[in-house]
Design a protein around this ligand. Structure first.
Ligand code: AMP
Length: 396
């Protein structure tokens, strides 16, 4: 897949109407609707400012939550318009609909330097179904399409991919950053290239492991998914997470790594617990795990092994926690990995979702080269899949 895409810097936006797909899918207080973190709105500001400062009229759009084609008042983007206006220090015109009369009229009247926000795209079922008429109606309001919502580029929706059939399509600054850093890591990594994978399930990461086996020098596996690999190696794993139907696959991967000369590291000791609970007492176990215990985190010898493996790396990609980091007693392994990445001196990339949350919660965010803004999207990126919202952008 080609990640080298034209950006907003490659097109003259002056006097043009720009349809800008943002990720304004902000967390909200369920009762009051109050925005509990405006991080995603803040992250969209550089591209919006660039477009406005360079004489574009910006028609911004986004989804919020999962209304599934229903008009749900609680999921209106109106509070986002308000917060965006505060952050930009200028009016944000808000449309009461998406491609309806209000949006059309407001888009038609929009002047250079002004910004309009359309109502929640997913109030219309045709957004997620990539309805051609819906995509065309969105596109008809503008002359250029800019994609800046990395979190949804793995979806072939009307506003993420469909509109590019009708408009010249460019990446915004956020998407460009994701593509250039992660694209380089996969296509031309500074070596040694180490991949650290964790999280609950092997089945979620199969395609990632397959793809990284072709590219990485070392693959480190921690988290719940490691136990299926340990079982495949003949170890007892007690009541730890196991995907019995993936044991053959795990064996294949271990053999494939050996054949390719890729180092494949698994935990050698674990903090276990008698029950899956925040209050459970951690029991350190090396080798076989007794039948009444489950592996909840990697142990100190494993931390030392994994830390050593990332030392001297040129590029490190991390996706998925090393243990049940939500429970303080079992967050040590994930914390130690975050620290090892932060101190490695390598180009460090953390996939979105849980590992990004872990790095942020543990206070290492500013020492990581890049924390992806897209959980699902960054995972599919690592799988080497073609992302519809990227493929549709103009090549450089
Ligand atoms: P994922 O979404 O696949 O990245 O998985 C993240 C989840 O995996 C987190 O909620 C962790 O608590 C969980 N997890 C990590 N290690 C373990 C483990 N040893 N046992 C059970 N769950 C785990």
């Amino acid at each position: 897949m080609n990640y080298n895409k034209k950006t907003v810097y490659d097109v003259d936006v002056k006097g043009k109407k720009v349809l800008l797909r943002c990720d304004f899918n902000v967390p909200q207080n369920k009762e009051t609707g109050e925005i509990t973190s405006d991080k995603r709105i803040v992250a969209a500001i550089p591209t919006i400012k660039y477009l406005l400062d360079n004489g574009a009229a910006v028609i911004a759009c986004s989804h919020l939550g999962k209304p599934k084609g229903e008009w749900k008042t609680k999921l209106t983007l109106a509070p986002v318009a308000e917060r965006l206006a505060q952050l930009l220090g200028q009016d944000v015109i808000f449309a009461k609909d998406i491609i309806g009369e209000d949006a059309q009229a407001k888009a038609a009247a929009l002047q250079p330097g002004q910004i309009l926000l359309l109502e929640n795209l997913r109030f219309d079922i045709r957004e997620e179904k990539n309805g051609a008429d819906f995509a065309k109606a969105l596109a008809d309001m503008a002359e250029i399409f800019v994609s800046d919502a990395f979190g949804t580029v793995h979806r072939a929706h009307a506003s993420t991919a469909g509109v590019a059939a009708y408009l010249p399509a460019y990446s915004g600054l956020l998407v460009d950053k994701e593509l250039s850093i992660m694209g380089k890591a996969l296509d031309d990594p500074k070596r040694p290239f180490v991949a650290v994978l964790g999280g609950a399930k092997v089945s979620d990461k199969i395609n990632v492991i397959n793809n990284l086996l072709e590219k990485a020098d070392t693959i480190i596996i921690g988290g719940g998914m490691a136990y299926t690999f340990k079982k495949a190696q003949g170890y007892e794993i007690g009541t730890s997470l196991l995907e019995a139907d993936r044991i053959d696959y795990a064996n294949d991967m271990i053999a494939k790594a050996a054949a390719k000369g890729v180092k494949f590291l698994l935990p050698v000791d674990n903090y276990c617990a008698a029950e899956f609970s925040a209050d459970a007492e951690p029991v350190l176990v090396e080798g076989n795990i007794p039948e009444n215990l489950m592996g909840m985190d990697i142990g100190p010898k494993t931390v030392a092994l994994f830390t050593e493996a990332v030392k001297g790396a040129g590029t490190i990609v991390w996706n998925g926690p090393m243990g049940v980091f939500e429970f303080d007693k079992f967050a040590g392994g994930t914390k130690a990995m975050a620290k090892a990445l932060a101190e490695s001196g390598a180009v460090t990339i953390v996939g979105g979702g849980d590992s990004a949350a872990a790095v942020e919660k543990l206070g290492f965010a500013d020492k990581i080269t890049h924390i992806s803004t897209g959980g699902g999207a960054s995972l599919e990126f690592l799988e080497g899949k073609e992302l519809p919202g990227v493929a549709c952008l103009q090549d450089k």
